[in-house]
Design a protein around this ligand. Structure first.
Ligand code: NAD
Length: 291
């Protein structure tokens, strides 16, 4: 048996040079073992992903993580033009920004078409964008229903339509992966003010399960990631009102979950290393809610 070490050098997205090495074990010029084992690497090179709500918070961390694993990412954003410009400056050719209001079905449909037109194909859909509207039960019916419907439009209807369009695309292009970002609220429920939010996230779990069961043999895998409390713009108001102390008391780890904790799981699922878990929900909540 002979041993050969190969070195590879490339420029990363920051323009810095990185080096990697590969150890090959050969017998009669045939590779019998390779380290690191290529099957154990989270690799998304030549894969194209769409991340909704990618300009900030959890979505932004997902974009960076997918790019780090080699993917090209369509970064969907709503109105955070400056934030998305900064991401494009940072990540360069690996990303392209796409603007759309997910509360408008026409814009949702156009978003998907524009992304596929630009990349030529799509491999991974991450439905991350979401809103959590405060909607107390003692509101008037019209106001309450208006808030309920707005929540459903962004959190569930837009995600459902993007799933539908991805399924059609994936069936014609040899498969793909869908990752829906739900919430702990889907399983645990929420306070009455956030009933619509909890319902929308429960709907996402059901969409994921349906896709996994119906399209597995067509090469489509679907996963739900259900975060607990994560420090982002969505939750900053809560921290201001109730203090970090309350969140700390609810979790069973030392630190509050960060967007990167969610992003790592999404990238792992997107890579194909967990395909046989299709249909499942991955809870990431620092032990605050163990089902
Ligand atoms: P965030 O408020 O920082 O980000 C939400 C994203 O959704 C933003 O990019 C925003 O532009 C986008 N968005 C909102 N309304 C939109 C619209 N009408 N059209 C297009 N885009 C729109 O929140 P986050 O914490 O990063 O949340 C990301 C996802 O994670 C959401 O689906 C949220 O429900 C879920 N989640 C978050 C937490 C948490 O504690 N932060 C917990 C559980 C689940």
């Amino acid at each position: 048996m002979t041993l050969r070490v190969l070195f590879d050098e490339w420029q990363n997205v920051d323009g810095k040079y990185e080096q990697d090495f590969l150890v090959l074990f050969l017998e009669n010029d045939e590779i019998i073992q390779q380290q690191p084992n290529p099957n154990m690497q989270v690799k998304l090179k030549h894969k194209y992903a769409l991340v909704t709500g990618g300009s900030r918070g959890i979505g932004k961390a997902i974009v960076y993580s997918l790019v780090e694993a080699g993917a090209n990412v369509a970064v969907h954003y709503h109105d955070s033009q400056n934030a998305v410009n900064k991401i494009v400056d940072d990540l360069g050719a690996y990303v392209k920004a796409f603007k759309a209001d997910l509360g408008d079905a026409m814009e949702v449909s156009n978003l998907f078409n524009e992304v596929v037109d630009h990349f030529g194909k799509l491999d991974v859909l991450v439905n991350n964008a979401g809103i959590a509207l405060h909607n107390p039960i003692n509101e008037g019916d019209v106001t309450w229903l208006d808030s309920w419907l707005k929540t459903m439009d962004v959190n569930l209807n837009a995600a459902g339509l993007l799933c539908k369009k991805s399924i059609e695309h994936f069936v014609d292009h040899g498969g793909g992966r869908i990752i829906n970002i739900a919430s702990r609220a889907a399983h645990r429920g929420d306070t009455p003010e956030y009933m619509a939010y909890a319902a929308s996230k429960g709907g996402l779990v059901a969409i994921t399960k349906t896709i996994a069961r119906a399209y597995g043999k067509k090469g489509i895998r679907a996963f739900t990631v259900a975060p607990g409390f994560v420090e982002t713009d969505m939750t900053s108001g809560f921290i201001k009102q109730y203090g970090e102390e309350l969140v700390q008391r609810g979790i069973k780890l030392e630190q509050i979950t960060e967007p990167e904790d969610i992003a790592n799981m999404v990238t792992f699922l997107a890579s194909g290393l967990a395909d046989h878990a299709t249909g499942q929900t991955f809870d990431i909540n620092a032990g605050s809610y163990v089902r």
